[in-house]
Design a protein around this ligand. Sequence first.
Ligand code: DC
Length: 220
Amino acid sequence: MIIAVDGPSASGKGTLARRLAQHYGLRHLDTGALYRMVGLAVLLSGGDPADEAAALAAARTIDLSLLEHPELRSEVTGGAASKVAAQPAVRAALLQFQRDFANENGGAVLDGRDIGTVVCPEASVKLFVIARADVRARRRHAELTRYGVEVSYETVLADIEARDARDMNRAVAPLKPAPDALLLDTSDLDIDAAVQQALSLVDSRLAELKLGSRAVRNRP
Ligand code: DC
């Protein structure tokens, strides 16, 4: 069973994907962390994330120790991730790893931007998680403040809007719902309510799939 969870930054998709993985006993891959590691590696080496040669070299030699780096979750790294992610060669270099992860050991939950459309178009269930930009900026601002980062709400909102525009308008694997994705708007939901809605969407999709396969088996 593969569950694809896509959506823009700070929509809640990461937390939802983790909670779904726990609930269904599946492994979880945060694919944004892959692009963040690539973006951060380029920044740490003094390079420009928009430079295709530098980004591709970082994607080919991905350094997993960067998962523990204190800057991995920063807004600057998020921006760099979004720039390396717009490059087709970088996306191609990370594709097989994501597909292998999804298909090993009976499935997984993957969250990102193009899981339902490109990485796992065959996923059993696809969720597309959205929230208004102002709500996402407030969430991200509160999170950064908790980490002791001093930044204004307006700056966070502008960063989120710039990243949305880059992720949605790029030529390759843009952020968009798959035609068979189930939409979940978390703007007015707290995390527990969002998890409950996600579980009920996934359960009803799984029930439909079961009914569908029974109907096929029982066809005369
Ligand atoms: O989910 P996140 O904010 O950690 O992702 C960081 C960036 O990586 C995001 O701006 C776009 C990119 N990304 C992507 O293009 N495709 C994915 N499957 C996951 C992330």
